[in-house]
Design a protein around this ligand. Structure first.
Ligand SMILES: *Cc1c(COP(=O)(O)O)cnc(C)c1O
Length: 334
């Protein structure tokens, strides 16, 4: 069966680099949403705990419940609980939802500083604070998210300035020790003087941050590798096709073998006919549901060790390559 390996040393190397940038391991909140970016939630939670990570970020309540025993703090990005939890914090993404949170819920208020996706508007800050108080919620932090942390345009600077104004405003109103955070991976790696209370890092911890301008980012090492095993092998003659639609056609006699993974396992079908493994083995024909053929006779193929390579063939980002990998693929920590 196709399988995934997770390199613990690489994860720890990446967390070391991140901890240097935050100057404090306890400021790292590791993002574990979407099955820990396809790496496996429990596998990553186990390794993160061993490293000493105390905080995690997930998307939903269901995800929080799976990993909460591994951490002291869990932030849910978009869900509303039935009852308040002492460990799980919930994000307020819209002023209209404040009344839906049960009394005593620990909440973090997301502010829209320019991404225009989630968060209350800056002019709604005061009314949000009153509504939170009226609802009996425990506000612990105010945060924002960057739209362009990995792009060198003015939007990043504008959002940063807006968030500074939000922070200054709240500090001058002497709000009881609120925490503030705004950095995802790319923002942390481009910051020169990080001074917030927490970072929410995903892709950098998994070693696939694309930020060529940062020399520190190039020291990150991909954690996940995918291997596949041969189901069958044959010799084909010039002119013969391979796979659905016969979209690959042999130009000479060659060996083609079929391996046990396909788009049903999360390998992007758009890689059909174009993909090469790291060792230079070419894919032949269309990726099908549980099968992909390659010009190889090896019993096992090392499909990829860096999701960024696959992303190039698929014209997408490493995030999509990784989160596409199905949860039922076996994952071994090495
Ligand atoms: C997914 C997510 C992150 C993590 O982003 P990376 O680019 O993987 O570091 C941080 N904050 C929020 C709000 C997110 O949705």
């Amino acid at each position: 069966m196709a399988y995934i390996t997770l390199n613990k040393n690489h994860l720890f190397n990446n967390l070391d680099i991140i901890a240097k940038l935050t100057c404090d391991k306890d400021k790292i909140a590791l993002v574990l949403k979407d099955n820990a970016y396809g790496h496996g939630m429990l596998e990553v939670a186990t390794m993160a705990k061993e490293y000493g990570i105390k905080k995690a970020v997930v998307q939903s309540n269901a995800e929080a419940e799976i990993i909460q025993e591994y951490f002291e703090y869990v932030l849910v990005l978009a869900d509303i609980p039935k009852v308040a939890s002492s460990k799980i914090r919930y994000t307020i993404n819209d002023i209209k939802t404040i009344k839906k949170f049960p009394k005593d819920t620990k909440v973090e208020l997301k502010v829209n500083t320019g991404m225009n996706r989630n968060g209350i508007e800056i002019h709604e800050l005061d009314s949000s604070l009153s509504l939170i108080e009226k609802q009996g919620l425990e506000l612990e932090a105010v945060f924002t998210h960057h739209a362009c942390a990995d792009e060198l345009d003015g939007v990043y600077e504008l959002q940063k300035k807006n968030f500074e104004l939000v922070k200054d405003g709240l500090k001058s109103k002497s709000q009881k020790s609120l925490r503030f955070h705004s950095c995802n991976s790319a923002a942390l790696f481009r910051e020169t003087s990080f001074d917030e209370d927490m970072v929410r890092v995903g892709i950098a911890a998994y070693g696939c941050l694309e930020l060529p301008s940062s020399s520190k980012a190039t020291e990150l090492k991909p954690v996940l590798s995918l291997y596949a095993q041969k189901i069958s092998s044959r010799e084909i003659n010039a002119g013969e096709g391979v796979g659905y639609g016969a979209t690959f056609s042999a130009d000479k006699k060659m060996i083609v073998s079929n391996y046990d993974f396909g788009y049903g396992d999360g390998f992007l079908r758009v890689c059909s006919n174009s993909f090469y493994t790291k060792d230079g083995v070419k894919i032949a024909g269309r990726v099908s549901m549980d099968n992909s053929s390659f010009l190889s006779d090896e019993d096992e193929l090392f499909i990829f060790s860096d999701a960024r390579d696959v992303a190039q063939f698929a014209n997408t980002i490493s995030y999509e390559v990784l989160t596409s990998l199905k949860a039922n693929i076996k994952r071994d920590i090495i």
